[in-house]
Structure formats: C-alpha cells, structure tokens
Unconditional design. Structure first.
Length: 95
C-alpha cells in the first residue's frame, strides 16, 4: 500500500491526476485504514475540483485518526490540512 501511495504522489506531482487517483484508490481498497492514502486521495480530488468526493476521502482519513482529532492533535500536518479544507469548502455552501 505504501508503494501505491508513493506512486500516486509521483503521478500527482507529474500532473497526471487520473493515475494518481487510481493509485490512491487502489491503496485504500487494499488497506481501508490507510489514512495517508485517503488524505492524498482527498487532496488530489480537491485539486481536480471534485469537492464532494474529496470531502468523503478526507472524512475517511479523519475517521482513521479520529482519536487524535478529538484531543486536538496533528499527525504530520494532515489533520490540520483536512480540517481547514473541509471548513473552507463547506463555507461555500454549494455542497
């Protein structure tokens, strides 16, 4: 799963959003509790304007690190990025 996540990041950096999404989806299907891949999937979907899908992916990542979120922790910056993104997107009111 880690390899698929890294390959997804490679494709994202190279600008191939579709291949990146496929890699992240495969990584999360193999390991549904892999929060980092869910987060990367959410970020990539958000970059592609697929807000509702991104929120679902971020939601899954948050669910995996929920205990840390409850006590206000921050895992390698991911929880801050996810909560900020969700707050900004939901404030638009077009979901």
């Amino acid at each position: 799963m880690t390899v698929l996540n890294q390959i997804g990041n490679y494709w994202r950096i190279k600008g191939n959003t579709q291949l990146a999404i496929e890699c992240f989806r495969k990584a999360t299907s193999i390991s549904p509790d892999y929060a980092e891949a869910h987060n990367n999937l959410g970020s990539t979907l958000l970059d592609g304007g697929r807000t509702q899908e991104a929120i679902a992916a971020f939601g899954r990542a948050i669910a995996e690190v929920g205990a840390v979120m409850i006590v206000g922790g921050n895992i390698d910056g991911f929880t801050r990025v996810m909560t900020t993104t969700i707050a900004l997107e939901t404030s638009k009111g077009d979901l």
